[in-house]
Design a protein around this ligand. Structure first.
Ligand code: ZN
Length: 218
């Protein structure tokens, strides 16, 4: 029995067994090599991801360092040419009543003393009234005292108002207008200013506060 075993083992290592062992070794090397490659591929992939992560981190840091949406307050200026760069005169005519919010002026029509929140420009009945600056028609209305009135809203909280127009001005609410567009015709519809005759009552406001139109329109 012992001899047979010896022979078997010798034949195993010395014969076919050697080749089996060699194949097993090669297979082991192959498997090891495969895992090394897989590992390298993983490392390469991780390496590939890293810069992206880093980029996001940098952006996060930059975002954290950037100030919140809180720009420096814009210094408001009343320089007309900056605020209404394309201002034009709404009407060629004679200014018969000036803006006066601090001094009372005698009102012939109302027979009393009152302020005047705009300028009155006298002209011929039916003369074209033009938009002083680009904007949007905010309102077309009939006012018991100021008659047919068109209000245009402009950038930066400015509004211009045109009163004492003839009935049915050729604009409607929401219409975009350019400086110089005709938005009405001179009329006599302002009951409060009937004694002035055909004229345009023109006023300008900034954030709801009237300002002297002659500061803007020469
Ligand atoms: Zn007036």
């Amino acid at each position: 029995m012992g001899r047979m075993n010896h022979d078997k083992s010798r034949s195993f290592f010395g014969g076919r067994g050697f080749y089996i062992a060699l194949v097993l070794c090669l297979a082991a090397i192959g498997v090891a090599g495969y895992f090394v490659l897989v590992q390298q591929a993983k490392v390469a992939e991780e390496g590939k991801d890293k810069p992206v992560v880093r980029q996001e981190e940098v952006e996060n840091v930059q975002r954290a360092q950037m100030p919140e949406a809180d720009p420096e307050p814009v210094q408001e200026t009343l320089e007309p040419e900056e605020l209404l760069p394309q201002v034009c005169s709404p009407l060629d005519g004679t200014t018969v009543t000036v803006f006066s919010m601090t001094e009372l002026m005698y009102d012939e029509t109302m027979a009393d003393w009152r302020t005047h929140d705009g300028v009155d420009i006298r002209a011929e009945e039916g003369d074209a009234v033009k938009t002083a600056a680009a904007g949007t028609v905010k309102e077309v209305r009939y006012d018991d005292l100021m008659g047919v009135t068109v209000v245009i809203s402009h950038a930066d909280g400015y509004e211009t108002q045109y009163s004492s127009l003839q009935q049915e001005p050729p604009v409607e609410q929401g219409k975009a207008v350019e400086a110089g567009d005709i938005i009405g015709l001179v009329g006599s519809t302002a009951a409060a200013e009937g004694d002035v005759g055909p004229h345009l009552h023109f006023s300008v406001s900034k954030d709801g506060r009237v300002v002297d139109p002659q500061e803007y329109v020469k």
